[in-house]
Design a protein around this ligand. Structure first.
Ligand SMILES: Nc1ncnc2c1ncn2[C@@H]1O[C@H](COP(=O)(O)OP(=O)(O)O)[C@@H](O)[C@H]1O
Ligand SMILES: O=c1ccn([C@@H]2O[C@H](COP(=O)(O)O)[C@@H](O)[C@H]2O)c(=O)[nH]1
Length: 213
């Protein structure tokens, strides 16, 4: 039997650079205008990459970041349950440059609406159980690769060669093995990426409806 929930949790999954953060941020910004700003928040699955402080940089670079074992989904599920019970949590912070957690955490207060976004969220039954609605961003992989290449070089301190090698070695194979099949668990499949206006409005309507339940 599932626990009683005091907040609405929406899960957004899909390939890396498929537009998960963009749509999550858009929904957040637009609903913030209706709800109190303190009543809605976004949590990224990336915060739950495992700490790799005990590994050398050479070893960290070899980690497969697109396999479910790279993420501490147990901690994520535990923190979501705590938030649902009305308790605050300390969310770990992750550095894509150092490939490990930072020493900081973010103190996150309970909200009425939590938008959760991340590549592997729908692969995990523990997490699916906690979601009130699930979304899969179905952006073509070639578009995702172009966007990831640009973003990782500009924002995540990466070289073009390292992004392309990682894409061939792990990102694409893990997408095909884990992420793409997890689409079957989504309630809504969003084509074309983070600027799909009709999909964004539908998700907002669903959230409003869930808030009235
Ligand atoms: N529909 C779109 N058109 C143009 N650029 C986009 C679109 N969706 C996302 N982007 C850009 O692509 C990059 C990856 O998007 P992001 O939302 O961060 O993906 P994800 O969170 O799925 O990894 C970002 O730089 C973002 O601004
Ligand atoms: O140290 C790291 C941690 C993660 N990654 C890559 O990040 C993406 C997931 O983040 P998105 O924001 O959804 O793109 C995943 O594909 C990992 O490969 C990394 O490169 N290094």
């Amino acid at each position: 039997m599932s626990e009683q929930r005091s907040c609405v949790i929406i899960g957004i999954a899909g390939a890396s650079a498929s537009g998960k953060s963009l749509i999550a941020q858009t929904i957040y910004n637009e609903l913030m205008a209706e709800l109190d700003a303190a009543e809605i928040g976004v949590i990224s699955e990336d915060c739950y990459y495992r700490d790799q402080g005990h590994l050398t940089m050479e070893e960290r670079i070899k980690t497969n970041y697109d396999h479910p074992r790279a993420l501490d989904h147990e901690l994520l599920a535990e923190q979501l349950r705590a938030l649902s019970r009305g308790e605050a949590v300390d969310i770990p912070q992750y550095s894509y440059v150092a490939h490990t957690r930072t020493s900081e955490t973010i103190h996150f207060l309970p909200k009425k609406v939590i938008i959760l976004e991340g590549i592997l969220l729908l692969t995990d039954p523990l997490l699916r159980e906690l979601m009130d609605a699930s979304i899969f961003m179905d952006t073509p992989l070639d578009i995702c690769l172009i966007r990831r290449l640009q973003r990782d070089v500009e924002e995540r301190g990466r070289s073009m060669d390292s992004v392309l090698q990682q894409y061939r070695d792990t990102v694409r194979p893990m997408f095909l093995q884990f992420i793409e099949p997890s689409k079957q668990h989504a309630d809504i499949i969003v084509p074309r990426g983070g600027r799909n206006r009709i999909a964004t409005d539908m998700i907002k309507s669903r959230i409003r409806h869930l808030l009235l339940d």
